[in-house]
Write a protein that binds this ligand. Structure first.
Ligand SMILES: CC(=O)[C@@H](O)[C@H](O)COP(=O)(O)O
Ligand SMILES: NCC(=O)COP(=O)(O)O
Length: 249
């Protein structure tokens, strides 16, 4: 991924959701990834869930062959996913919590609860050259634990902030925003690279994009939705414009 500008990782999971609705071959998430690259995405994010509800193993194979920007491979901390990651050796892996019954990622990884296991789990991934990120809630104890286990990056779960904003719960939104801002600064003070993701829309991206410590935003569901109305490349270009506006004033 490029320099120290605020990078945009485009998550293409939900192109696969549409594809899988009919069990066919289109729309192709790999074609979406290539179009996203051409529209200015600095990286592509794909979440291979245990239940393969959207991205499937063949998508990861094809993305590894087709992409000229880095792949951020989201995965649960399972033996199966570790073997898949070690086989492909993507630029980055992001360890996320998963529950089969969830509709989408509901919270951050409870790193503090299983530090020893996760430290051993991520070591081979780091040794294989993958940049290891941990998807965490904006909580000090989780960020400290992510640092202790040897993660290089934390991705702050922005979902509570984004949901509160879109639902008009502005007191909740402001509280979540303060947590994100404080934990972005705290994570940076530990030497962690700071990312954020989950739930960003045009309306709520700028306040977090303005955090000077944040190096990357991973955004998917909203962009794929917007692509239905204005096309994927214009949707990405607008998100990029808003991110740049936030960062550069
Ligand atoms: C970890 C995260 O916030 C996103 O990658 C999200 O998981 C997208 O996938 P789902 O929509 O299946 O949760
Ligand atoms: N890690 C967050 C991500 O990849 C995209 O989340 P969303 O924008 O699909 O909610």
């Amino acid at each position: 991924m490029s320099g120290n500008k605020l990078r945009l990782g485009v998550n293409i999971d939900h192109v696969a959701t549409v594809r899988n609705a009919r069990g066919g071959a289109y729309p192709d998430p790999v074609r979406a990834a290539i179009l996203a690259e051409q529209a200015g995405a600095d990286g592509i994010t794909a979440h291979l869930r245990e239940d393969r509800r959207h991205i499937v193993d063949a998508d990861i194979e094809q993305l590894m062959d087709a992409l000229s920007v880095p792949l951020n491979f989201e995965m649960a901390a399972t033996e199966e996913m570790q073997q898949i990651a070690l086989r492909h050796k993507p630029h980055a892996v992001c360890i996320v919590p998963e529950k089969r019954e969830e509709r989408t990622t509901e919270g951050g990884l409870e790193v503090a609860r299983e530090e020893n296991r996760l430290a051993h789990y991520i070591a081979p991934l780091r040794d294989a050259g993958c940049r290891v990120s941990i998807f965490v809630a904006a909580e000090q104890k989780q960020i400290e634990a992510a640092h202790r286990i040897g993660a290089e990056v934390v991705e702050l779960h922005a979902g509570a902030f984004c949901d509160a904003h879109s639902e008009g719960r502005f007191d909740d939104r402001d509280r979540e925003f303060e947590a994100l801002r404080n934990m972005s600064s705290f994570a940076h003070s530990l030497g962690l690279e700071v990312h954020a993701g989950h739930g960003f829309t045009y309306d709520c991206v700028k306040p977090v994009a303005a955090f000077p410590e944040v190096m990357e935003l991973n955004i998917g569901h909203f962009l794929i939705g917007e692509a239905i109305f204005q096309g994927l490349q214009p949707a990405i270009a607008e998100m990029r414009r808003l991110m740049d506006e936030a960062r550069n004033g």
